[in-house]
Design a protein around this ligand. Structure first.
Ligand SMILES: [Fe+2]
Length: 331
């Protein structure tokens, strides 16, 4: 694993002021960051008024790394209060950052939420949660969160994933590995471009029972889009036993390549990591949660980018296991 070499986009004081004022005004009006249609409408309105400099910082990912870090948002460790013990306790903690993230997400595309996740909120709190230490979800801590595409099981998954850092006293690294940094044999690319195995929903969702007896759709791991190679990868939820030896070997070589090119990004408070979810898989190194209010705390937002053609058209026919994606505004 290499140390962070993430491209940084530094926000200047003017951009920061503009964003902060817009976020505070919306929070003042609504008194909460819980997302309602009218709040999302106001966010879209205000986002439309943000200046060109901030807009430029929110331009698409433009390097093979497939990610960047927005730096410069101020964050007062005391003022944000202790790290909540689980997302359900977080409610409006750090609400102004929820809205700042939503504003940035809206400049980048359409914010995305899930009916079945964190009460349908558009900004999630990622904190270690007692009892979930070894799960393969953002609530875990003591295990390696293995590299994955966010919401890989679903055709409505995010194009961009934003992780905003509230607290990270122990410099716990987020890992990121980009498909365009890997080197794979043509035969492996060919094999992995075939729809062979499904990707099942992760533990953070309650799978709708009516899909329990339907055949899960097999999906390609790699896709050579007009914009370059993209990936849909979540080994923890991919039943590899269902593939033949050749496919499994190619999948294994892809995993090894991703491990080779993986970088460790240790976010500081106020930094926002933006990951292209079609190019990069992300994960997290293990850590020891203390549950004393000082644990790592991230905010997560997801974005759909209208008009992107980085995925196989056949995805549109997948059932998504009955999970409903909610987009802030129809594209
Ligand atoms: Fe994730």
């Amino acid at each position: 694993m290499s140390p962070a070499v993430a491209p940084v986009r530094q926000l200047d004081a003017h951009c920061v002021d503009e964003l902060r004022q817009a976020a505070q005004k919306i929070l003042g009006e609504f008194g909460t960051s819980a997302t309602s249609p009218v709040l999302l409408e106001r966010v879209a309105e205000r986002a439309g008024e943000l200046g060109d400099a901030l807009r430029e910082h929110c331009r698409p990912v433009d390097t093979a790394d497939g990610l960047f870090v927005l730096r410069g948002l101020p964050l007062d460790d005391e003022a944000i209060g202790p790290t909540p013990a689980g997302w359900a306790n977080a409610r409006d903690r750090g609400a102004v950052y929820d809205i700042a993230l939503l504003l940035l997400a809206t400049v980048m595309g359409n914010p995305l939420a899930w009916e079945g996740q964190q009460d349908g909120r558009f900004v999630h709190n990622i904190v270690p949660s007692p009892g979930h230490e070894t799960a393969q979800t953002g609530a875990s801590s003591s295990v390696l969160l293995s590299p994955h595409t966010e919401d890989a099981f679903h055709p409505g998954r995010a194009h961009l994933l934003m992780l905003g850092c509230m607290r990270n006293h122990d410099n716990i690294a987020t890992t990121a590995a980009g498909i365009r940094k890997t080197r794979l044999a043509d035969e492996d690319v060919d094999l992995l471009s075939r729809p062979v195995l499904p990707i099942l929903p992760d533990d953070a969702y309650e799978v709708a029972q009516r899909f329990a007896d339907q055949a899960p759709p097999p999906v390609p791991t790699l896709y050579a889009s007009d914009e370059g190679m993209t990936m849909r990868f979540d080994p923890a939820y991919t039943p590899l036993d269902g593939a033949d030896d050749d496919y499994r070997a190619a999948y294994h070589r892809l995993s090894e390549e991703l491990a080779r090119v993986s970088v460790a990004v240790s976010l500081s408070p106020g930094e926002v990591l933006v990951v292209d979810n079609d190019l990069v898989v992300h994960g997290r190194v293990p850590f020891q949660a203390r549950y004393d209010g000082t644990d790592r705390w991230l905010k997560r937002a997801s974005v759909r980018v209208p008009g992107r053609r980085t995925r196989p058209p056949a995805e549109a026919y997948e059932h998504g296991y009955g999970q409903a994606a909610l987009e802030a505004h129809a594209s």
